[in-house]
Ligand binder design. Structure first.
Ligand SMILES: Nc1ncnc2c1ncn2[C@@H]1O[C@H](COP(=O)(O)OP(=O)(O)OP(=O)(O)O)[C@@H](O)[C@H]1O
Ligand SMILES: [Mg+2]
Length: 258
């Protein structure tokens, strides 16, 4: 069961310690790794032969960690993120998400795990064009049967600076505004794991900075594990760890002092 949404003002101040992560769950020490990736590979058949997109990727992420996945365009970052979130299936290896091996689940089972635990921000946003900004953000709450979807959705949209755009359809929003709606949609369920593919990619530096603060408030206050693909050094610097992909392989992880 996902956490209850925090009141909007609670996410606006940095008061609660990271230990709040375990509220409503079992003690931190007994919790499994948030995410384990073992020998993960992704290959696709092409007319010209098989293309290896990812090869033998292995690492573990602890609950509450903040991870930046970096690497050149085409190195496999988005593919890895999709596999970790159970949106795509690997050719080899496995992903264990909060103790559940995704390979043992069918599509419905993976959808259940995603709905309970995962927030995902797509590189190209993937907002539903026929829903307003507010309706897009309400949707994940409605899908899991929350009685009040509108209140938390409004609050989070206000937090990302879109209080005056609630009734806009995606086509009526700028790229950066769509990105903020996508972030709000991923945040609104207070997931235990948040995957975001270049969350500041389309934002000016001030808006980007505000989004970074919001991400790390979520980490500090709700214990959300953050897995972020980014080309933004400032964002990567804020993360506890970097994983670098090169041609579909993990190169020596760079651990950073924080
Ligand atoms: N379904 C697919 N079929 C064929 N090739 C694919 C498929 N999906 C991804 N690729 C290729 O795999 C490589 C990795 O793609 P991916 O989108 O993971 O890269 P990325 O690191 O996220 O790049 P960027 O920084 O540009 O977003 C690319 O060369 C891409 O063309
Ligand atoms: Mg990508």
């Amino acid at each position: 069961m996902a956490d209850h949404p925090l009141p909007a003002d609670e996410t606006a101040t940095r008061t609660a310690p990271a230990a709040d992560a375990s509220v409503g769950r079992s003690g931190a020490a007994s919790r499994p790794a948030a995410l384990a990736v073992r020998g993960l590979g992704k290959r696709v058949p092409l007319p010209s032969g098989e293309l290896t997109i990812l090869d033998a990727i292995t690492f573990t992420i602890d609950a509450g960690d903040t991870i930046a996945i970096v690497g050149a365009s085409g190195s496999g970052k988005s593919t890895l993120l999709s596999l970790m979130a159970g949106l795509d299936t690997p050719s080899s290896g496995e992903v264990v998400l909060d103790g559940e091996a995704l390979s043992t689940l069918d599509e419905d089972g993976r959808a259940r795990v995603r709905g309970e635990k995962v927030g995902f921000v797509f590189q190209n946003f993937q907002l539903l064009p026929s829903l307003t900004a507010l309706e897009n953000v309400m949707l994940p709450l409605e899908l899991r049967g929350d009685r009040d979807a509108e209140g938390p959705a409004r609050a989070i949209l206000e937090q990302v600076g879109l209080g005056a755009r609630l009734g806009h359809y995606p086509r009526q929003l700028s790229g950066g505004e769509q990105q903020r709606v996508a972030l709000a949609r991923a945040f609104v369920t207070r997931p235990s794991l948040l995957f975001a593919d270049e969350p500041t990619g389309n934002l000016d530096s001030r808006t980007g900075q505000a989004i970074i603060e919001l991400l790390f408030q979520l980490n500090a206050q709700a214990g959300t594990t953050l897995v972020l693909v980014t080309h933004d050094d400032h964002l990567a610097d804020r993360c506890g760890r970097r994983l670098r992909l090169d041609g579909g392989r993990l190169v020596a992880p760079e651990t950073q002092a924080t």
